[in-house]
Design a protein around this ligand. Structure first.
Ligand SMILES: Cc1cc2nc3c(=O)[nH]c(=O)nc-3n(C[C@H](O)[C@H](O)[C@H](O)COP(=O)(O)OP(=O)(O)OC[C@H]3O[C@@H](n4cnc5c(N)ncnc54)[C@H](O)[C@@H]3O)c2cc1C
Length: 400
């Protein structure tokens, strides 16, 4: 360690999926003096929150102490970044400390903005407001969806930017399958509000999901947004432009609007023309287009694909390789093709495993298995049973 204990060779902002995987990979490549700044003391595996909300996983399965998942040889700074000075190569922390770096990796994810839709934040404070996008609200969703025997449930997917937008559909299909098994599906009006023109942006996958929407008798509102929630009257206003309608609900399960943390743009790390304020990095090499010593990956980075944990697995490998090149004085050579994945649980034992590249072409992990995306039990087993183990034991340690 250097004489100045507040200086690091690589400083990572955010100890979530992207931050720990890239820190683990760098450490395993022999890089030393790596620290991760992370304010939370519990690490959440977000994909399991969909299973928690949908009633097929316990909430406790989705969390582990941050100290236990931080890769060996990487220092965890339990603090919060409030600003970056990319000229001075320093980061300011909530505690008042200043930490300096040679290279900075920003992987602070997206923040949930329930208050960006009038009434949505207040609705989430009531027993009927649910969301798989927040740990506590996913835990609340589980018994609420399980015990419902009639009425109207509105499920909402948010427009981009969003973390793996399509996964907002997972609890809906899981709940429908459960209600069907209990013989009450016909007594429940299930409403799906989707900002896109179809259930997924790739036709083959959209067709697969539409088959399930039809099978469960789900009422779909495509090209439609959540405009307002009136929690007192248990009503949502949905639509787009001049065409709106009001629907009464018994339960509301809504993904929230999301955006990168404000300090990214305030620190000059974004392109001022970017209305959302993502880090202005090259989407193929992950190096900042403004500062050679800044890098970004994951949900807060500029990418030309769907933001997802599956995408981060590829991004972390490429970024770590490129940063090792840069530390050795070489030109970074790794390029990301935009691979991403969105596994959508469509029943309590099947998944539509959507894998694609940055151009929207199907990109199955098993080469040649062109129909891997179709509804399968095998994909459910992988998504529900194998992937969580791989995440805790391999991905977060930079081993996969
Ligand atoms: C409900 C849900 C289901 C999902 N399902 C899937 C799925 O099935 N498959 C899939 O591939 N992907 C899925 N995703 C997407 C996947 O979880 C994300 O793409 C991934 O977690 C993003 O990783 P990240 O490191 O960019 O951000 P995160 O994992 O969100 O980590 C960001 C970290 O930064 C920290 N942070 C924030 N601000 C600061 C600050 N100022 N200072 C220091 N640290 C800070 C946060 O506390 C957090 O720990 C899902 C996401 C959600 C929300």
């Amino acid at each position: 360690m250097r004489s100045d204990s507040e200086a690091y060779r690589v400083l990572v902002i955010g100890g979530g999926n992207g931050g720990l995987s890239v820190a683990g990979r760098l450490r395993r490549s022999g890089v030393t003096e790596i620290a991760v700044v992370e304010p939370r003391t519990q690490h959440v595996f977000a994909p399991l929150q969909s299973h928690v909300a949908g009633g097929v996983a316990r909430a406790s399965e989705a969390v582990r102490p941050q100290a236990d998942v931080t890769p060996r040889g990487v220092e965890w700074i339990n603090d919060e970044v409030v600003g970056v000075d990319p000229h001075a190569l320093t980061v300011s922390l909530r505690s008042g400390r200043t930490v300096s770096y040679d290279h900075l990796i920003v992987t602070a994810g997206l923040e949930t903005r329930y208050d960006a839709v009038p009434g949505l934040g207040d609705a989430m404070d009531t027993p009927t407001g649910l969301s798989s996008y927040t740990y506590a609200l996913a835990a609340k969703a589980s018994p609420a969806l399980r015990d419902l025997r009639g009425g109207t449930v509105v499920f909402v997917q948010q427009p981009e930017p969003a973390s793996a937008a399509g996964v907002a559909q997972k609890p809906m299909y899981l709940a429908c399958d459960w209600w069907r098994s209990q013989g009450v599906l016909d007594d429940i009006r299930v409403v799906f509000v989707c900002p896109e023109p179809s259930a997924f942006h790739i036709p083959a996958i959209s067709d697969e999901l539409q088959r399930k929407l039809d099978e469960y008798g789900i009422e779909t509102h495509f090209d439609s947004d959540l405009i307002e929630v009136r929690p007192g009257r248990k009503e949502v206003v949905i639509g787009r432009g001049p065409v709106t309608q009001t629907i009464g609900y018994d339960l509301l399960h809504a993904a929230p609007p999301q955006s990168p943390p404000d300090w990214i743009a305030a620190s000059g790390l974004s392109d001022p023309a970017d209305p959302h304020g993502f880090v202005d990095n090259d989407p193929e090499t992950f190096r900042s287009r403004r500062y050679d010593t800044v890098w970004a990956l994951g949900d807060a980075a500029t990418v030309r694909t769907l933001r997802s944990g599956g995408a981060i697995r590829k991004q972390a490998k490429i970024l770590a390789g490129n940063l090792v090149d840069a530390l050795g004085g070489a030109t970074p050579s790794g390029r990301y093709d935009g691979y991403s994945v969105c596994p959508i649980t469509v029943s309590r034992n099947t998944v539509v495993f959507a894998e694609f590249d940055g151009t929207g072409r199907l990109a199955p992990t098993v080469p040649g298995w062109k129909t891997l995306y179709r509804e399968r039990r095998l994909s459910y087993f992988f998504d529900r049973r194998v992937l969580p183990w791989v995440y805790w034991h391999l991905i977060l340690q930079g081993r996969a």
